[in-house]
Design a protein around this ligand. Structure first.
Ligand code: GRF
Length: 212
């Protein structure tokens, strides 16, 4: 039995590509049941089709946030989804989605939360000149980028870093972090308990990764 994940994307979907690679590994306990995008031309949808995963466009245009989210919930339920992964999904979600999958909606953010929430976390970190940047995977709550933290990956800023080079290093660690968390969820080793993320770690596992 595999655990069924739905992935929501708005853009190029390199995180989705990392998740696809992970579920293709022999013995993977996770399955990608559907990929949904609010953008018809999101390259993530193309990646899903190529991988043989149902790819669905649901436009958010001209809709109330809650009714858009209800369409997402309906589609995710139709595909038997158990966990929802937001992988570069550029819409604020409402309680409609969160109540549809209580404690089972996860987001990846390109900064070490609680620092630099919101748009362009990498740019915020770069401009703040912090020596350590990174990415965070967290449970989604009603407040943007403020839900319980599950795992983080850190990268050092190095001499000569540009916004682009730092962003690439953060993205590379995102591609390790998100599949790791998906595997925990698939194995039944991740849960939300009294407002905190709990992971049953195996020997040698950590909730943090280093990128350089
Ligand atoms: C990633 O940096 C992710 O953290 C942020 O949006 C970006 C999506 O990139 N939420 P991709 O579409 O997975 O390439």
């Amino acid at each position: 039995m595999t655990t069924r994940f739905g992935v929501l994307v708005s853009g190029s979907g390199t995180n989705l590509a990392a998740l696809i690679d992970a579920v293709d590994q022999p013995g993977a306990a996770a399955e990608l049941a559907v990929v949904i995008s609010n953008k018809a031309d999101a390259y993530g949808l193309e990646r899903a089709r190529t991988a043989g995963i149902p790819a669905v466009h649901i436009s958010h245009r001209g809709k109330e946030r809650a009714s858009f989210d209800q369409e997402l919930v309906d589609c995710l339920e139709e595909h038997g989804v158990e966990w929802v992964l937001l992988a570069g999904f550029m819409r604020v979600v409402t309680p409609t989605l969160l109540d549809g999958f209580p404690g089972r909606v996860i987001n990846i953010h390109p900064a070490l939360l609680p620092s630099f929430p919101g748009l362009q976390g990498q740019r915020q970190a770069f401009e703040a000149n912090v020596p350590i940047a990174g990415a965070t995977v967290h449970f989604v709550s009603a407040e943007t980028d403020a839900g319980p933290i599950i795992a983080q990956g850190a990268v050092l800023r190095v001499d000569g870093d540009t916004l682009e080079s730092l962003t690439q290093r953060i993205l590379a660690i995102e591609h390790r972090l998100f599949p790791m968390v998906m595997a925990w969820a698939a194995a039944g080793r991740l849960r939300l308990e009294r407002g905190r993320a709990v992971v049953d770690l195996l020997e040698g596992e950590r909730r943090g990764l280093w990128g350089n």
